[in-house]
Write a protein that binds this ligand. Structure first.
Ligand SMILES: Nc1ncnc2c1ncn2[C@@H]1O[C@H](COP(=O)(O)OP(=O)(O)OP(=O)(O)O)[C@@H](O)[C@H]1O
Length: 258
């Protein structure tokens, strides 16, 4: 593990029965870096976050986190019994590993005004910010966000992603995030990982946007996001994400993979 790295995955693979969820994943994340994982539904993005956090074991390879690393995790879903009424601050008081005050976490997430509101009465976008503030309670050096902007309207998405950038600056933390918002990803992320069980391509957003596999996965759905980029594919995936036209492929960061 390099000195600056907070998190490193080496040759990580994960299976569920006979299904391969992750195959030969390598990544390294340092303080101050925003790394965004993109990929189609079922590509293994949430699994990758969970393996990185140690919430799920990998079957092969190695996951290293810096010792005593403070991590804040915002999961994809909030699972709470809707029959139990609970205020936002009470919900936050239930969090383990609190290193900062609830007031501070709410304020950083821009939702101080929601402290006494019932959790079940707030909007989807507000709920996302509550989950973000819960992740901030750990005073994280690594912030792990699984689709933070889901259920948030377009204006709210921009504000939320700007907030994530500001948190990175203010806390000098690393951010590992899953996002489907390619416009934002391409504009603001330091490193993009394009995942489809294996890492199809990775690197600076502009480089990834030029990668044949990125275009193959996202070209149609996000035509405007890639309008600037035009080139040929060098391999394709079958419906299980397997490469069906393997070729010696360069990932644009100087590393070759199959
Ligand atoms: N515990 C589990 N048991 C069985 N299958 C699982 C389990 N966890 C994940 N999977 C399967 O692994 C695959 C990857 O799931 P994962 O949630 O990591 O994908 P994702 O890229 O985050 O998808 P999405 O964009 O839809 O959220 C899916 O096919 C999913 O059904």
């Amino acid at each position: 593990m390099t000195e600056q790295a907070l998190l490193q995955l080496r040759n990580v693979s994960a299976q569920q029965g006979s299904n391969t969820l992750l195959s030969n994943i390598n990544l390294s994340l340092s303080r101050g870096q925003i790394m965004t994982v993109i990929g189609p539904n079922g590509a293994g993005k949430s699994t990758l976050l969970r393996v990185a956090l140690g919430l799920r074991n990998c079957d092969q390879g190695e996951v290293q986190r810096r010792p005593h690393l403070r991590v804040g995790y915002m999961p994809q879903k909030l699972s709470l019994n809707p029959l139990i009424p609970i205020s936002v601050s009470r919900f936050l008081r239930m969090a383990n590993n609190r290193r900062t005050s609830i007031k501070d976490a709410l304020q950083r997430a821009g939702i101080s005004h929601l402290a006494d509101r019932p959790l079940h009465d707030i909007s989807g976008g507000e709920t996302q910010r509550v989950l973000l503030s819960r992740a901030l309670l750990a005073q994280p050096e690594l912030l792990v966000l699984d689709e933070p902007a889901q259920g948030v309207d377009i204006t709210g998405q921009t504000a939320l992603y700007e907030l994530i950038g500001k948190l990175r600056d203010d806390l000098d933390c690393a951010v590992l995030m899953v996002s489907h918002d390619l416009h934002w990803v391409m504009a603001q992320t330091d490193t993009v990982i394009c995942l489809n069980q294996h890492i199809c391509c990775h690197g600076h957003p502009e480089t990834v946007s030029n990668d044949p596999e990125y275009l193959s996965l996202f070209g149609r759905r996000h035509a405007e996001a890639i309008a600037l980029y035009q080139h040929d594919h060098d391999h394709q995936h079958d419906m299980h994400g397997e490469v069906i036209q393997p070729s010696d492929h360069c990932d644009h960061s100087g590393h070759h993979h199959d």
